[in-house]
Design a protein around this ligand. Sequence first.
Ligand SMILES: *Cc1c(COP(=O)(O)O)cnc(C)c1O
Length: 393
Amino acid sequence: MSSAAQRLDGLLRGDLEALHARSLYRVRCLVDGPQGAELLVDGRRYLNFSSNDYLGLAAHPVLREAARHALHKYGVGSGAAHLITGHTRAHAALEEELAAFVQRPRALLFSSGYMANIGLAGVLVSRGDCILEDRLNHASLLDAGLLSGARFSRYAHADPAALRERLTRPAKRTLVMTDGVFSMDGALAPLPALARTAEAAGAFLMVDDAHGVGVFGDHGRGSLEHFALGMAEVPVLMGTLGKALGTFGAFVAGSDALIESLIQRARTYIYTTAPPACLAEATRAALKLVQVESWRREHLFRLIQRFRSGAAALGLPIMDSISAIQPLLLGEARKALLISDKLREHGIFAPAIRPPTVPIGHARMRITLTAAHREEHIDRLLAALAQVIQDNS
Ligand SMILES: *Cc1c(COP(=O)(O)O)cnc(C)c1O
């Protein structure tokens, strides 16, 4: 007689073997030390092209100092949810500064972008309503749509005409959700056209700007600034703090009624411990740097340009992206893994991205550039890519 635990393990082992067989098994690597142009992984030093720390702030001394100072004042844990006693003056100040930054009346902190998306969809729509999403939206947005209880469907990637067709079916309320910058191909969503389409049908547009905030726009306010869109066109904006801002967490920004509704009703806001105050203080420091050190964005965009023209000259399969995310489309998961492994032999760390993160047959190397890189780093990447791709094509 096998025990329940043995029977469960038998089932799980079968599933794990199936993942292995399809080159979809994932292993975590061990990082020692901070994020930067270089990264110590599994005991070896690599040039790092895998991080979302687009402005090179994650290990910045000013952020460390802000966190250290707040650690002294507040201790480590927040001890409770925001609605109990977890909401400190540091959180309140950060919310005000984030709201001012994205030029909206209010902002609300969430513990993560994933939770912000789940929470806000649950407040904005429910049974009888409708959610429309780009097919390639981030998993957290897709999960938010599924969990909301609203009628959920996906439109063709970055295609306002496809959205328009879906908008013909009547619903009490319709929420349209899109990534501002698509996380796996780096392309900007056609936000002006999506906003017009949503507006014409009486729907509401929500933008998840996890990869746009800090990077796009003259002031780093994100994809909305890039397209000169405001609250009138995009009433709900979500941004994350764990990418260009270099810390952790997320925020939603919009009207007073939106933020109050989230405070009262967003389950992922209410039923979770507030992030530590020292994190909020580190993020306040990051937000100041984002605003005063525009050279970080300028440098990043010069590197993006350098990478794209070098890669195009080498005939590498770059995608249509002007963002810090510069993937190479390779197709089969096995090939993406092979190229990633070979690059590692050249001292370069860039992850292979496989299904289900991307569609089957669209496996890729997800190369990300940051303001911490120097031009010579880009040149070393290009030289290694030229050799590795040539040797394995
Ligand atoms: C990273 C990401 C999230 C999740 O944010 P976390 O704070 O890491 O949970 C949500 N949406 C998009 C588009 C992302 O890239």
